[in-house]
Design a protein around this ligand. Structure first.
Ligand SMILES: NC(=O)C1=CN([C@@H]2O[C@H](COP(=O)(O)OP(=O)(O)OC[C@H]3O[C@@H](n4cnc5c(N)ncnc54)[C@H](O)[C@@H]3O)[C@@H](O)[C@H]2O)[C@@H](O)CC1
Ligand SMILES: Nc1ncnc2c1ncn2[C@@H]1O[C@H](COP(=O)(O)OP(=O)(O)O)[C@@H](O)[C@H]1O
Ligand SMILES: [K+]
Length: 492
C-alpha cells in the first residue's frame, strides 16, 4: 500500500524524530536518498549525460526553505562524485546556509546566469518549494521553471514538484513538472491526487526513519498488486453461483444498447457467480454473452441479486433508478443514474445498504452544483464533499481516480494505475460492471471501487501495451489478464 500523510502530521512526526537525533540528521538522510536516486538516473542514461555521475552537469534550483537545503546538500554529494554542479538561488539572501556552504566546499558554484546553466544541464534538482510551498510558483521562479522543463535535462523534484499544494493536490498557478519525485518519509496527498499528481512523474520514497512515528491511518492510500490480490474474491469448494453473488445490471436503452453490453462485459470479469441484465438491450446482451441472464421487465421482477448497477446508457427512462435504490442490497449508481440522483438526492435518504456513486468530473459537477473545471481543479475536495453530502461512497473518475467514504476519517483511496488510453467511450461502463460485480462478491463499496479502478487501469495498460488505441471492449477483455497479473505478483 502506498500511503500519504498531511503536512501537519509530517511536521509533527519529524519534530518528534528530530528531538531524538543529532541536528541535521534528517536532512542528511533525505539528501543521501536523493543523491542515490539522481546517481541512478544519471547512470541509466536518462537526460543527456553520458551515463555517469562523473562529468555530468547538474543544476540545483534552491528556494529559501529546507526543501532548498535538501537539494543543495544533494548537489554537494553529487559534486563530490565528480558532477559539475551549479546552484540557481531563487532567494540569494535566504538560501539554506549549511547546504550552500556544503555545495561550495564540494566544488559546486552559484550560477551567474540561470538560463545558461539550464541550457546545458543533464539533470535539474527542483528544490524551490516542498511541503511549505503555497500559491503556485512565484513570478520570478516561473521563467526558470519553464527553462528547466524546456531543457534536455531530466527533472527530479525534491519531496514534491514545486508549485503544487501538498495537502489538497491543487495546482493554483504554475508548477514544475518532474520526471521523478523523490519523497521523504511518507507520500503527501498531492502525490496521489490530481491535478498535482500528474506533475510528479515516477514517485520514489526515501525512508528517513518516520515509519514508527507516523500515525498508522494515513490521509490517502493507494492499492498495489498485493493489496488488490488480497481483496479479490475466490470461489471455494462450497461455492455455487448464488453464493458467489449475482449482480443485477440496469443499463442500456434502445438508443444506447452498447452501454449494456460493456457493463455486462465488465461484470462477467468481476468474479460474480451470475450476471443478470435488466432493460431494453436484452438482444444485444445475449448475442454477445450467452452466459448472461436477461430480463426485459422492471428490476423488481428480475429475481434476486446481491448488488445492483444502475445507470449506464439508460437515457431518459429513469424510473428504475428509484426502484433499484429502494432495494436492501449494495447499489452502484453511474451515468444517467447520477443525473436522476442530482435531481432528487432524497432517493438516497432511506438507504441502509452501501451505495457507490461513480461520477466523472462533469457528473460530479452536476451533483455538487458547480462546474467541471472546479471539480477538476480540486478533485480531493470534490470527492470528499460528494461522499459526505450524499452519505455514499464516491468514486471520482479521471486521470487519477479517487474513492472516498462518507466517514472523513477513512483514508481516501487513490488509483494511479490508469492510462490516458482509457479516455475512450464506454470504458466507464466496463468499470461500473466490474465494480458492481465485486460488490456482489461481498467487497465493501470502497474496496470494490478501488480494486475495480486498479484492475481496469491495469487491463487498459496491458491492452495498449504496444501503443495502439484500445476500445472499451478490449479493456473488458484484458481484465482477465489484469486479474492474473495481480494474483501472480501479489501471491494469493
Ligand atoms: N522538517 C524536516 O524535518 C525535514 C524537512 N525536509 C525538507 O524540508 C521541506 C520543508 O521545508 P520548509 O518548511 O522550509 O518549506 P519549503 O522549503 O517547502 O518552503 C518554504 C519556503 O519557501 C517560500 N515559499 C513558499 N511558497 C512559495 C512559492 N510559491 N514560491 C516561492 N517561494 C515560496 C517560503 O517563503 C519559505 O521560505 C520538505 O519539503 C523537505 O524537502 C527534509 O529535509 C527532511 C526533514
Ligand atoms: N487521462 C486519463 N488517464 C487515465 N484514465 C482516464 C483518463 N481519462 C479517463 N480515464 C478513465 O476512463 C474512464 C472513463 O469513464 P467515463 O468518463 O465514465 O466514460 P464513458 O462514459 O465513455 O464510459 C474512467 O475510468 C476514467 O478514470
Ligand atoms: K520541490
Amino acid at each position: 500500500m502506498r500511503t500519504a500523510h498531511t503536512v501537519d502530521t509530517v511536521r509533527r512526526a519529524e519534530a518528534e524524530l528530530m528531538a531524538r537525533l543529532p541536528e541535521g540528521t534528517l536532512m542528511q538522510r533525505a539528501a543521501a536518498g536523493l543523491t542515490a536516486a539522481c546517481a541512478e538516473l544519471l547512470r541509466s542514461g536518462s537526460g543527456s549525460g553520458g551515463g555517469r555521475v562523473y562529468g555530468s552537469r547538474v543544476v540545483v534550483l534552491a528556494g529559501s526553505g529546507d526543501n532548498g537545503g535538501d537539494a543543495l546538500y544533494a548537489g554537494a554529494r553529487l559534486a563530490r562524485r565528480g558532477a559539475g554542479v551549479t546552484a540557481v538561488l531563487l532567494a540569494a539572501d535566504r538560501a539554506h546556509p549549511g547546504g550552500l556552504a556544503a555545495l561550495r566546499a564540494a566544488g559546486g558554484r552559484v550560477a551567474d546566469d540561470p538560463f545558461d546553466a539550464l541550457d546545458t544541464a543533464d539533470l535539474v534538482l527542483d528544490g524551490i518549494t516542498g511541503i511549505g510551498g503555497h500559491g503556485g510558483l512565484r513570478p520570478d521562479a516561473v521563467p526558470i521553471a519553464r527553462a528547466a522543463r524546456g531543457s534536455r535535462a531530466v527533472v527530479v523534484a525534491v519531496d514534491l514538484p514545486s508549485g503544487i499544494e501538498a495537502d489538497s493536490g491543487e495546482v493554483p498557478g504554475e508548477a514544475l513538472r518532474a520526471d521523478l519525485t523523490v519523497v521523504f518519509g511518507t507520500e503527501k496527498p498531492g502525490l496521489l491526487a490530481g491535478p498535482a499528481r500528474e506533475y510528479a512523474g515516477t514517485v520514489r520514497l526515501v525512508d528517513i526513519g518516520l515509519g514508527g512515528i507516523l500515525p498508522s491511518v494515513p490521509a490517502l492510500e493507494a492499492l498495489q498488486h498485493l493489496d488488490v490480490a488480497q481483496l479479490l474474491p475466490e470461489p471455494g469448494a462450497a461455492s455455487d453461483k448464488y453464493r458467489r453473488g449475482v449482480v443485477g445490471i440496469v443499463a442500456g436503452s434502445a438508443r444506447y444498447p452498447g452501454a449494456a453490453v460493456l457493463a455486462v462485459a465488465g461484470a462477467l470479469r468481476g468474479g460474480a457467480g451470475a450476471v443478470r441484465y435488466v432493460g431494453h438491450a436484452t438482444d444485444a446482451v445475449i448475442a454477445r454473452f450467452p452466459e448472461a441472464l436477461v430480463h426485459a421487465g422492471p428490476p423488481g421482477k428480475a429475481g434476486r441479486v446481491q448488488s445492483w448497477i444502475v445507470g449506464p446508457g439508460l437515457g431518459d427512462d429513469l424510473d428504475a433508478v428509484a426502484e433499484v435504490l429502494a432495494a436492501p442490497v449494495p447499489v452502484l449508481v453511474d451515468a444517467d443514474g447520477l443525473r436522476r440522483l442530482a435531481a432528487e438526492p432524497a432517493l438516497l435518504r432511506d438507504r441502509a445498504a452501501p451505495t457507490l456513486l461513480t461520477p466523472h468530473a462533469g457528473e460530479a459537477a452536476a451533483l455538487l452544483d458547480t462546474t467541471r473545471e472546479e471539480v477538476e481543479a480540486a478533485q480531493l475536495a470534490a470527492v470528499r464533499e460528494l461522499a459526505t453530502r450524499y452519505g455514499a461512497t464516491t468514486l471520482l473518475k479521471g486521470a487519477t481516480t479517487l474513492v472516498a467514504d462518507p466517514d472523513p476519517r477513512t483514508p481516501v483511496r487513490s488509483n494511479t494505475m490508469g492510462t490516458p488510453w482509457l479516455a475512450t467511450a464506454g470504458s466507464g461502463d466496463v468499470l461500473a460492471g466490474l465494480a458492481g460485480s465485486l460488490l456482489a462478491g461481498g467487497l465493501s463499496a470502497r474496496d470494490a471501487g478501488s480494486a475495480a479502478a486498479y484492475l481496469h487501469g491495469l487491463a487498459a495498460r496491458r491492452a495498449a501495451a504496444d501503443g495502439v488505441p484500445v476500445t472499451s471492449y478490449e479493456v473488458a477483455d484484458a481484465l482477465g489478464r489484469a486479474w492474473r497479473d495481480v494474483r501472480e505478483t501479489g501471491g494469493s
